[in-house]
Design a protein around this ligand. Structure first.
Ligand code: SAM
Length: 252
């Protein structure tokens, strides 16, 4: 047998996951392999991702999603998690593969992307995954979803002031919103101060991701939900992006 045939699948992902303290078992590696194949296949018809290279997907999509685990320590036993603007399932699905006990909701505004998520759920044999097609501005006003999630995630959806309005309404008091951000985040956080306090949040921590797998600077912004979100938030679809709740002192 050639050496290359002995290489396990998803090797770069598995090596990175071990550095996060979470090695993957063969069943999980198989699920990530299926995820990769389905992503690339559906991407021919639905615009899901610009990243399709096998090595790159392992790091930039799958491992990047798993870094959220660093903000979940010690992880609650089974918790409700919503991924707002999930797109191709990132970061929600990689976390669900890692921690099957999570009760996961994937919220996505685009029906075609949501159809991919439904297909993927079935292909991966995932239980306790609900796919919701809709906009956060509307879904966050439904009793079934408002202030129901111990953990709220969102990757690559909007700048922080807008994102806070789209995500914190979903979060239970005592729960947290974890934003994945690249580059220098100080300015973005400064601009989001007003949104964080208005929506009932409190900035707990900015956690740097120190993994050589990532060439750029990545961090997790962890915001705790400490009080009820006023009922008028989020505002109508599009308003949080058009007129973000930006702190006065950060306008210029
Ligand atoms: N989170 C995924 C990732 O990191 O690869 C997808 C990122 S993609 C750039 C942003 C996604 O958020 C799109 O699929 C878009 O349809 C969705 N989205 C944007 N605004 C939204 C909103 N207000 N409510 C729900 N989904 C939204």
């Amino acid at each position: 047998m050639e050496l290359s045939q002995l290489q396990p699948d998803m090797e770069r992902l598995n090596r990175g996951a071990m550095k996060l303290g979470v090695g993957l078992n063969p069943g999980q590696i198989e699920q990530f392999s299926i995820y990769y194949q389905e992503l690339v296949d559906w991407n021919k018809r639905v615009n899901l991702t610009a990243i399709t290279d096998y090595e790159e997907v392992q790091i930039k999509h799958f491992l990047d999603s798993l870094t959220v685990i660093l903000a979940l320590k010690p992880p609650p036993a089974d918790f409700h998690l919503i991924d707002v603007g999930s797109g191709a399932g990132l970061p929600g699905i990689p976390l669900k593969i890692l921690r099957p006990e999570i009760k996961l909701v994937l919220l996505e505004a685009t029906a075609k992307k949501a159809a991919f998520l439904g297909h993927l759920k079935q292909r991966l044999g995932l239980d306790n995954v609900t796919i919701v097609v809709g906009r956060a501005e509307e879904v966050a006003h439904l009793g079934e979803y408002r202030e129901r999630f111990e953990v709220v995630l969102s990757r690559a959806v909007a700048p922080l002031p807008t994102l806070i309005e789209l995500t914190l309404p979903f979060c239970t008091i005592g729960g947290s919103f974890i934003a994945q951000k690249k580059g220098d985040v100080d300015r973005e956080i400064e601009r989001a101060t007003k949104a964080i306090s208005t929506l009932g949040g409190n900035l707990r921590e900015v956690k740097r991701i120190d993994l050589e797998e990532f060439s750029d600077q990545r961090q997790l912004i962890i915001i705790d939900k400490i009080s009820v979100t006023p009922h008028q938030y989020p505002r109508r679809p599009g308003v949080p992006a058009k007129r973000p709740l930006v702190s006065n002192e950060a306008v210029h």
